[in-house]
Design a protein around this ligand. Structure first.
Ligand code: NDP
Length: 330
């Protein structure tokens, strides 16, 4: 099979030179293993963080095939419970085919289009739902601020918060993206974090302060958000994209000061923590998609060979909604 591997771990920004394409021989699946054909690869900002050392998963090393989360079809099975033709999601690698342990793969129904299993009904939608509902706990009338607002998770955070009767402010890169967030996604306002006047714009967009900040980026945006939080506000720590693709990350200078003075609650979470709430999340998301309160935003790029550029471009803010690479036909 063709696979894409990491040549060298990046120190500064990720470039195409950090990757190489190679051919790998696949053995027959061993006991408890399956042979998978990759259909859709999820392109995740977190993949860049895995290159910095251990996170919630083991670190990625030079020479490894690039790990990813993907939707695949079972081609050959040597594991109970999975048969050829089954669709599964779970961790695999940037490759046309791969041998994986069946443990850790989740069988999924053939929802059409399959891309929805990567976006609204996949990790992006579930992360938005669980983080906002269980960690943020929004109440109608509250103000919700979300960063990476046009991204895979952010676009659902804002749309769910709107559906729950909150006022929603986004943070995104560039005036065009901000216009997209208000006009297409229906947020009440959006602030451009690249504009030097960001802090003033944020204050203006949030005249009543912020009750929930859903933080996808950390760094200077988190610092600005802490200043506009209301007393007893909640900061949902989902990720820290601003810290992933650099060896020179800057953190908020007002931490923990603002947390103390404003009696804030900052809480991190990992989407898997809420696996027991999966069915409820699925039902709620399906309802909102059905009523049109949630628009499904997807950014699909064709061809395994384009995966490195897709990840590099994601880190630079090219994407709108969930970015994925289509490797093979449905
Ligand atoms: P996105 O689809 O939002 O893509 C990344 C976006 O981040 C880009 O489009 C870009 O948009 C923005 N960005 C890039 N660099 C910066 C920067 N320096 N400062 C601010 N924004 C930046 O990614 P996801 O929705 O997949 O992920 C969002 C966050 O959620 C990530 O932190 C990820 O790690 C996290 N996550 C957490 C999970 C959990 O269980 N806790 C599960 C899944 C994801 P722009 O043009 O606006 O800059």
């Amino acid at each position: 099979t063709t696979e894409i591997a990491i040549v060298e771990l990046p120190k500064g920004p990720l470039t195409p030179d950090h990757f190489m394409t190679r051919e790998a021989d696949l053995p027959a699946p061993g006991a408890g293993e399956v042979l998978l054909r990759t259909i859709l690869i999820s392109i995740d900002a977190a993949a860049r963080a895995w290159m910095q050392g251990a996170t919630y998963r083991a670190p990625v090393n030079a020479g490894d095939a690039m790990p990813c989360y993907a939707l695949s079809e079972v081609v050959e099975s040597n594991a109970p419970g999975l048969t050829p033709g089954d669709l599964v999601v779970g961790e695999t690698v940037w490759a046309g085919h791969a041998i994986r342990p069946a443990k850790g793969l989740e069988k999924v129904p053939a929802v059409r289009p399959l891309t929805h299993l990567m976006s609204v009904y996949g990790i992006a939608g579930k992360t938005a739902f669980h983080g906002l509902i269980h960690v943020g706990r929004p109440i109608a009338g509250e103000t919700v601020l979300v960063s990476a607002a046009a991204g895979a998770v952010g676009c659902y955070v804002g749309q769910i918060a709107k559906a729950m009767g909150c006022r929603v402010i986004g943070v995104a890169g560039g005036p065009e993206k901000c216009a997209y967030v208000t006009e297409e996604l229906g947020f009440d306002a959006c602030v451009d974090y690249r504009d030097p006047g960001m802090f003033k714009a944020l204050r203006k967009a949030c005249p009543d302060g912020v009750d929930i900040y859903f933080d996808n980026v950390g760094g200077p945006v988190l610092e600005a958000a802490l200043f506009v939080m209301n007393d007893r506000g909640r900061v949902v720590c989902c990720g820290a994209i601003s810290q992933y693709d650099t060896d020179n990350a800057t953190g908020p200078r007002n931490l923990p000061g603002m947390v103390v003075v404003k009696r804030l609650r900052m809480e991190g979470f990992i989407v898997m923590d809420f696996a027991h709430e999966e069915a409820a999340a699925q039902r709620a998301l399906e309802t909102w998609v059905g009523t049109g309160q949630i628009k499904v935003i997807e950014d699909v790029i064709d061809g395994l060979e384009n995966a490195p550029a897709a990840l590099i471009g994601l880190l630079a803010g090219e994407n709108r909604g969930k970015r994925m690479v289509r490797v093979g036909p449905d």
